[in-house]
Design a protein around this ligand. Structure first.
Ligand SMILES: [Zn+2]
Length: 134
């Protein structure tokens, strides 16, 4: 266990628990996340950050790289970047659930993966065509 890991104490049994745990592992009581309890305007903010995940630049960039990878000449360069950024975005959400951007990250990964496969298929066909040329 790292010293930097955020820890809170259980209000019921005072056991030290991870900040992002939903229930206390010792007594099983439900834990209210610190952010949700202290943030007064959490619904409006989370709705906005779901639309534009400004707290998760990886997810936002993954989304845009995914869209730009639809441009044929750029696919092979941008698609892997979109996938990588999407994975980074998902990891970011895992560490900070309030950051949002999961949808954008998945779009980046999905579009990036499809475009990468399409381009690899086209290249594969070109190689096969060139190899079977008389
Ligand atoms: Zn407890």
């Amino acid at each position: 266990m790292s010293d930097a890991a955020p820890v809170v104490t259980c209000p019921e049994c005072n056991a030290a628990i991870g900040k992002f745990a939903d229930v206390c592992p010792k007594c099983g009581i439900e834990i209210t996340p610190v952010e949700a309890a202290t943030e007064p305007n959490v619904t409006g903010d989370s709705a906005m950050s779901t639309l534009i995940p400004y707290n998760n630049p990886y997810a936002l960039l993954a989304y845009y790289f995914g869209i730009f990878s639809l441009i044929p000449c750029f696919s092979l360069i941008l698609a892997p970047v979109a996938i990588g950024l999407g994975i980074a975005g998902l990891r970011h959400v895992k560490g900070q659930p309030q950051a949002k951007g999961t949808a954008h990250a998945y779009i980046g990964i999905g579009v990036g993966a499809v475009m990468l496969l399409l381009n690899l298929a086209v290249i594969g066909m070109m190689i096969v065509a060139a190899a079977t040329m008389p």
